[in-house]
Design a protein around this ligand. Structure first.
Ligand SMILES: Cc1ncc(COP(=O)(O)O)c(C=O)c1O
Length: 361
């Protein structure tokens, strides 16, 4: 046999795989690093999953059809405009395989969701990342000028939390000659979303997830909303049973438990604003957030933020069993920490630790 390195596709030899945020073992951690919801799923979700258990010998509905129909009804769209996936990562991957990758111009922004360059590289393509300015506003002319076949935009943005106004998104959709994917993983925490653009522009795709506002990251369910033509191409290339039976049932029940989730989302937003206010009082630059996380630059003892301050606090918090996310590899992000909004009591503890650190711990 030839060496494996000669058998594998050459473009995979240099691939840097995606690094997910740490999922620590053991008890006692405050996990503010992967933008999960800190609350338990509503009772109905557990019951729906338990009811599917005896049917596990049977394959699931291959199209997740009941869930597609429920989502279509929820958003006032046709079922042909909806596809469900194994997390929204699955849909992003399908979009890149169908419309990006080899021979296509794929564009995203920097900073943004760091999965996009990885899935593009897996599809033998190269991504062009257009940096935001330091005010993190959307560089519409540059994005249009890029001539993208596939433009991947996280809105509200991760890791900054900033949402771009629909007016800017409209200009982008109108000027973009390719497909504009608006990754709305965090839209439920925002004041506004981009769904109205679906009726206005045939080239807009919106991806959403049950992992964040629905607190079901462990279930792996996401969906994409787009024109029937785009959805049809994604359907042609997806795995035949891409969402398992338990996940379909759990997500369907979650859609019906809106009141519980409205309460959860209200608590997260309220806590987010309180934490932003406290950190700003301590002098930290913090971006306005429309998500369940904040992007904040810890203030050093000399009255300046900096990469050493951010990395020092990141490590110090880890030693106190508090996990946040740090992106050291770019000057636009290296002074900042991305902090998921946990439960009110977790965030109280977080703020206590931050105050201790400020006193020179
Ligand atoms: C911007 C963005 N899009 C998509 C995802 C992935 O979501 P899912 O769990 O649905 O695959 C994440 C997860 O962190 C994210 O931050």
């Amino acid at each position: 046999m030839k060496p494996v390195r000669q058998l594998v596709h050459e473009h995979l030899l240099q691939l840097h795989p995606y690094t997910p945020g740490t999922q620590p073992g053991g008890e006692g951690w405050i996990k503010l690093n992967t933008n999960e919801l800190p609350f338990p799923p509503p009772r109905e979700v557990g019951e729906a999953i338990a009811a599917e258990f005896p049917r596990l010998a049977r394959y699931p509905n291959p199209r997740s059809q009941p869930l597609r129909e429920a989502l279509a009804g929820f958003y006032g769209l046709a079922p042909e405009q909806v596809i469900v996936g194994n997390g929204s990562d699955d849909l992003l991957n399908l979009l890149v395989r169908a419309f990006g990758g080899a021979g296509r111009r794929t564009v995203d922004t920097f900073p943004s969701y760091s999965l996009y360059p990885v899935i593009t590289a897996i599809a033998a393509g190269q991504i062009q990342s257009i940096p935001f300015g330091t005010d993190f506003s959307l560089p519409v002319p540059e994005l249009i000028h890029s001539g993208a076949d596939l433009l991947l935009l996280t809105c509200p943005n991760a890791p900054t939390g900033v949402r771009f106004p629909n007016e800017a998104l409209r200009k982008l959709a109108a000027g973009c000659r390719g497909l504009l994917v608006i990754d709305e993983a965090y839209a439920e925490f925002a004041e506004e979303n981009a769904l109205s653009l679906l009726a206005e522009f045939g080239n807009v795709v919106v991806t959403r997830t049950f992992s964040k506002a629905y607190g079901l990251a462990g279930l792996r369910v996401g969906y994409a909303l787009a024109s029937p033509e785009v959805i049809d191409f994604l359907d042609r290339i997806r795995d035949s049973y891409n969402v398992n039976r338990l996940s379909q049932a759990g997500a369907l029940a979650a859609l019906g438990a809106r009141e519980v989730y409205s309460g959860y989302i209200a608590t997260i937003r309220e806590t987010r604003e309180k934490i932003i206010a406290v950190l700003r009082e301590l002098g930290w630059p913090v971006y306005p957030s429309e998500t369940n996380f904040i992007f904040a630059a810890p203030m050093g003892p000399d009255g300046h933020p900096g990469p050493e301050v951010a990395s020092g606090l990141f490590k110090w918090l880890e030693s106190r069993r508090i996990l946040v996310r740090y992106f050291p590899n770019h000057p636009l992000t290296a002074e900042y920490l991305r902090i998921t909004i946990g439960s009110p009591s977790e965030m109280e503890r977080f703020i206590e630790e931050i105050r201790t650190w400020h006193k020179g711990a």
